[in-house]
Design a protein around this ligand. Structure first.
Ligand code: GDP
Ligand code: MG
Length: 436
C-alpha cells in the first residue's frame, strides 16, 4: 500500500444516525477545506475543534487533527454528516473529487503502524476489538491494544539483544579485558520462561478468539434443541414432542459460563431407516468428532444411556429433571449435570462444569493476554533455537551463538512488525473493515 498520498473512507457503518468520513494524508487539510466550507478554514489553529459548516447542500461538522497527534500519525480531517447511504456518499464523493483516493480496508490502521503509532500486535488488536464476539474477547483485545502483550515481547527482545550485544563485543574485542558477563547463557533463562508462558496461553487465545466448539448430542427427544435454545436465550431450534425434528445440524455462537462458544445442535442418534435422518446422523457424528466439548443430553425420565460411553471431552446432561426429580441414574465416568432445559433449573451447574472442563483444574481467571496462532508460530521458532544459543554461549563460541540469537530476534520482530513481510501485512490489514 502506498502511504504517501491522501486517502478517504466512511468510518461508520451504513444505517446510523450520523456518518463520519475520515480523510488522512499530507493533503488532508487542503482536501477538507475544498470539500467543506465553514466560517473559518480548517487548520492547525483550530486543531481538534468541531466546526459547523456545509458540504454541498448538507450541514456537516468538521474536525481537523494535525499529525503526528492523530490516529494515523498524519494530518486527519473528519467530516460528520447525516447518516444514511446517500448523504454519507455525497460527502465522500466531495472529498474524493477534492483530491484524494478511496482508502483500502484497514489502510488507516496500516498507516498508524507505518508511522510508529502502533506496533503490529497492537494494530491486530484494533481489528479484534471490532470483531470481538464476547466480553472476554473484547477485554483481551483491549488489553492487547493497550500494550500488555507488546511489553512482554519487549522484555524478551531486550534480554536477547543484550546477550547478542555481548557476543558481538567478544567478537569485536577478543583480546580486551572488558567487563564481561560471567554467565551469558544464564541470561537466556528469563526469556525462555516468558516465551514458554506466552505459548502456554495460545490455547486460551484460540478459545477466546474463535470460541470453543461445543456439540449438543443425544437420542431423539432427549431435549437437545431445548438445551440449545436455553443456552442461546431464544427459540432458535424447533422443539417438538415428535422424535426426529432436527434433521440437520444448526450452528450458532453463544456464551456459556462466560466463555464464547460455537454451539452445534445435531440430529438425534438412534437406529433409523429414513435416508434423510441417516444423513443427519452422519453429520452429527462428524460434529461430535470435531468438537472440543460434547454435551451429551440424556433423558432422566428413562435413565437410558443409548450408545453413550463416557470419555474426557464429554459432559453428561441428564435433562428433564422437572419430570423425574428423584430418579436414580447410572453412574458415569465423566462430569454429569442434572438439569431441566425447559425450566432452566440447574443451568448454572452446567456452566460451572463447562468452565472447569475448558480451563482445566484450578481457579481460572481471565487471561491478561493471550497470543494468537500467528504469534505462536513465531514464538515457537524463537524458543526452539535458544537451547542451541545457550550451548554455544557456554562453550564461548560467540560467532555460533549469535546465529540462533538473531533468528530468535527476527522471529520476535515479525510478531511486533519490526521485520514486516509485506505479504503478511497485506493479509493482516485486509481483514479489517473499510475506514478502520
Ligand atoms: N418437561 C420437560 N420437557 C422437556 C425438557 N426438555 C425438552 N423437553 C420436551 O421434550 C421434547 C423434545 O425436545 P427437543 O428439544 O425437541 O428434543 P431433541 O429431539 O433432543 O432436540 C419436547 O416436547 C420438549 O418440550 C425438560 O427439561 N423438561
Ligand atoms: Mg432437536
Amino acid at each position: 500500500m502506498n502511504t504517501l498520498d491522501t486517502i478517504a473512507a466512511p468510518a461508520t457503518a451504513v444505517g446510523g444516525a450520523i456518518a463520519v468520513i475520515r480523510i488522512s494524508g499530507p493533503d488532508a487539510v487542503a482536501v477538507g477545506n475544498r470539500a467543506w466550507k465553514g466560517h473559518s478554514e480548517l487548520g492547525r489553529e483550530s486543531a481538534r475543534v468541531m466546526k459547523l459548516g456545509r458540504c454541498g447542500g448538507d450541514q456537516v461538522l468538521a474536525v481537523c487533527m494535525p499529525g503526528p497527534h492523530s490516529y494515523t500519525g498524519e494530518d486527519v480531517v473528519e467530516l460528520h454528516c447525516h447518516g444514511g447511504a446517500v448523504a454519507a456518499d455525497q460527502v465522500l464523493q466531495a472529498a474524493l473529487s477534492a483530491g484524494c483516493r478511496m482508502a483500502e480496508p484497514g489502510e488507516f490502521t496500516f498507516r498508524a503502524f507505518v508511522n510508529g503509532k502502533l506496533d503490529l500486535v497492537r494494530a491486530e488488536a484494533v481489528g479484534e476489538i471490532i470483531s470481538a464476539g464476547s466480553r472476554m474477547a473484547l477485554g483481551l483485545a483491549e488489553r492487547q491494544l493497550a500494550g500488555s502483550l507488546s511489553r512482554k515481547l519487549g522484555e524478551i527482545r531486550d534480554a536477547l539483544a543484550s546477550v547478542l550485544a555481548e557476543c558481538e563485543s567478544h567478537l569485536d574485542f577478543p583480546d580486551e579485558e572488558l567487563d564481561w558477563d560471567p554467565d551469558p547463557a544464564g541470561k537466556l533463562a528469563a526469556p525462555v520462561k516468558v516465551l514458554t508462558e506466552l505459548l502456554a496461553g495460545a490455547r486460551t487465545g484460540a478459545l477466546v478468539r474463535h470460541g470453543v466448539r461445543v456439540v449438543i448430542s443425544g437420542m431423539p427427544n432427549a431435549g437437545k434443541s431445548s438445551l440449545m435454545n436455553r443456552i442461546l436465550g431464544r427459540d432458535r431450534a424447533i422443539v417438538t414432542a415428535i422424535p426426529g425434528t432436527t434433521r440437520d445440524t444448526l450452528e450458532e455462537t453463544a456464551v456459556l459460563g462466560g466463555i464464547p462458544v460455537r454451539l452445534t445442535d445435531t440430529a438425534g442418534l438412534h437406529v433409523s431407516e429414513d435416508p434423510v435422518e441417516q444423513l443427519g446422523m452422519e453429520r452429527s457424528r462428524r460434529e461430535i468428532a470435531a468438537a472440543e466439548v460434547e454435551l451429551r443430553v440424556l433423558d432422566s425420565t428413562t435413565g437410558e444411556l443409548g450408545d453413550f460411553t463416557a470419555y474426557d471431552r464429554a459432559i453428561a446432561v441428564w435433562n428433564k429433571l422437572d419430570l423425574a426429580p428423584d430418579r436414580k441414574l447410572p453412574e458415569l465416568n465423566c462430569p454429569a449435570v442434572r438439569l431441566s432445559a425447559a425450566t432452566g433449573e440447574n443451568m448454572e451447574t452446567l456452566e460451572e462444569v463447562f468452565r472447569r472442563m475448558v480451563w482445566g483444574r484450578g481457579d481460572h481467571t481471565e487471561p491478561e493476554f493471550a497470543v494468537s496462532s500467528r504469534h505462536a508460530a513465531e514464538l515457537k521458532m524463537a524458543l526452539q533455537v535458544l537451547p542451541e544459543a545457550a550451548e554455544h554461549l557456554s562453550g564461548e563460541a560467540w560467532d555460533l551463538a549469535a546465529i540462533p540469537l538473531r533468528t530468535a530476534l527476527e522471529a520476535l520482530g515479525r510478531v511486533t512488525g519490526e521485520y514486516a513481510d509485506p505479504d503478511i501485512l497485506e493479509k493482516i490489514f485486509s481483514r479489517f473493515c473499510i475506514g478502520k
